[in-house]
Design a protein around this ligand. Structure first.
Ligand SMILES: CC(C)(COP(=O)(O)OP(=O)(O)OC[C@H]1O[C@@H](n2cnc3c(N)ncnc32)[C@H](O)[C@@H]1OP(=O)(O)O)[C@@H](O)C(=O)NCCC(=O)NCCS
Length: 143
């Protein structure tokens, strides 16, 4: 389940610790960030070296945690926020590191946003080494 070439854990900007779960079952690569037995982020890829396709990458918006049922009853849910804390960046960095070990030199993807934040999403990919094909939502990264 874990890949020896990658760290077992990483921390987000709040110092929360996440376990990195990696599943490589050719041609599918999936990676998860896990906290308190909950998968809070996932990345799914189809790999056919030297190319790979990023099918999905998503960080949970927020999750109601600890004593969730009682907190619902008492109307005081304690939710944790996960987006915008560096989790997606850490996950993507580890995905790219794993792809390098698999002999991948080009990753393609298409930006699809559920919350109409296309400009922010495009900036996020570019900051993480991707190039946007002009006039489209297609992106790629040369490793
Ligand atoms: C895009 C996504 C994976 C980034 O992961 P993340 O952990 O939230 O991002 P990070 O903390 O590493 O980086 C934060 C940056 O991402 C940007 N971002 C892009 N989309 C965002 C979103 N939907 N929510 C919050 N931040 C987002 C923020 O603007 C922020 O940039 P800033 O530092 O300039 O303010 C995550 O926000 C997400 O799951 N979004 C919804 C699903 C989605 O659009 N997936 C991409 C499919 S192609």
């Amino acid at each position: 389940m874990h890949s020896n070439s990658l760290p077992r854990y990483f921390c987000d900007s709040q110092g929360r610790k996440f376990e990195l779960e990696v599943y490589w079952n050719a041609p599918f690569l999936s990676m998860f960030a896990v906290s308190k037995n909950i998968r809070v982020a996932k990345a799914l890829l189809h790999v056919s070296a030297p190319c790979a396709k990023l099918s999905d990458i998503i960080v949970s918006d927020k999750i109601v945690t600890s004593y969730a049922w009682w907190r619902e009853v008492l109307k005081c849910p304690k939710s944790e926020k996960f987006r915008g804390q560096g989790i997606g960046t850490a996950l993507l960095e580890n995905v790219l590191a794993k792809l390098r070990t698999l002999g991948v030199s080009r990753v393609d993807g298409e930006m699809v946003t559920e919350d109409h934040q296309m400009a922010a999403l495009a900036r996020w990919y570019v900051r993480n080494g991707f190039v946007r094909r002009p006039g489209t939502n297609m992106i790629y990264c040369d490793l």
